[in-house]
Design a protein around this ligand. Structure first.
Ligand SMILES: NC(=O)c1ccc[n+]([C@@H]2O[C@H](COP(=O)([O-])OP(=O)(O)OC[C@H]3O[C@@H](n4cnc5c(N)ncnc54)[C@H](OP(=O)(O)O)[C@@H]3O)[C@@H](O)[C@H]2O)c1
Length: 272
């Protein structure tokens, strides 16, 4: 079955008629991925809170010839996510692809960090992802096919101060992806966890970053995700220098810490 899906996607070079549900579709990586999917002929269910922005993305998707569904949803609320998935299945009968991109950058130095900071981060960055995964899984399992793409962060491989609340949630997403991938493989469901470095989106518009971790365009991440939908890799770490940094830090944590300090990978908030 997995081979058949690969051929179907690979031969045409298209994701024609595939049903993709994208959370965080109103902005940044989610928006760019939804549009890249639309360009490939997928039908896109657009999930985020800001309905007017989703409408604009839907208009762009439709201009690219794709069908779309606008589903204003707060992913923190499980019942809203379940409703969005049910609406997608009611409209198109299936969900082939989930891209869980909704997230928020919540930083706090550990001495000032509160439990509430971490809860807020977990609510959106972890539970927001979990709600979407659990809502699509029964549909994918019933059809014994599907691809789940979780957007973690390079911060989900190597923590950069003062990102404590965000790092905790992104590591949790990475762990979830790791276990999902192994347990869902026999069911024909692929799982790819994505670990981008800095990406030029509204989320970090206020943050200046050092040249070594320069922001990449969200479209670059979207293109990598589309390639991953064809090749089904377990993980995607990008760009290349971030991949290198992550691997070196995994082998030599102190060297990773040193590199983080010397190159000011935390960046500078506006006004600093
Ligand atoms: N930018 C980076 O440098 C970077 C690096 C690595 C990983 N990431 C990750 O990439 C993902 C996308 O971020 P981005 O950079 O594209 O940021 P962005 O442009 O700010 O987009 C964030 C998206 O998440 C949605 N969202 C936030 N809270 C939500 C909620 N409660 N319910 C539903 N949707 C919600 C937002 O939509 P609404 O506000 O309309 O709800 C928006 O569509 C995030 O998971 C982020 O952690 C980003």
């Amino acid at each position: 079955m997995r081979n058949i899906i690969f051929l179907e996607v690979g031969m045409s070079g298209k994701l024609c008629e595939r049903v993709a549900l994208v959370t965080g579709a109103s902005s940044g990586i989610g928006r760019a991925t939804a549009l890249a999917l639309a360009r490939e002929g997928a039908r896109v269910a657009l999930v985020a809170r800001r309905g007017e922005l989703l409408q604009a993305v839907a208009a762009e998707a439709e201009a690219l010839g794709a069908e779309s569904l606008v589903l204003p949803t707060d992913v923190i609320r499980r019942e809203e996510v379940e409703r969005a998935v049910a609406q997608t299945v009611a409209q198109w009968g299936q969900v082939d692809i989930l891209v869980a991109a909704a997230g928020a950058y919540i930083r706090a130095p550990v001495l000032q960090m509160t439990v509430a900071d971490v809860e807020r981060s977990m609510a959106i960055n972890f539970y927001g992802v979990l709600h979407a995964v659990l809502a699509v899984l029964p549909h994918m399992a019933a059809r014994r096919s599907g691809h789940i793409v979780l957007i973690s962060s390079a911060d989900g491989k190597k923590g950069i101060p003062p990102d404590g609340p965000y790092v905790a949630a992104k590591f949790a997403v990475a762990g979830l992806g790791d276990i999902l991938r192994q347990e869902l493989r026999p069911l024909g469901i692929a799982v790819t966890t994505v670990f981008p470095g800095r990406v030029d989106t509204p989320m970090i518009a206020h943050l200046r970053v050092p040249w070594i971790s320069a922001k990449i365009p969200p479209e670059t991440v979207a293109r990598a995700i589309l390639r991953a939908l064809r090749r089904r890799p377990p993980e995607l770490i990008l760009p290349f220098q971030v991949q290198l940094f992550v691997y070196v830090s995994a082998l030599f944590p102190s060297l990773g810490d040193w590199f983080t300090r010397v190159f000011h990978l935390e960046g500078w908030e506006e006004g600093e």
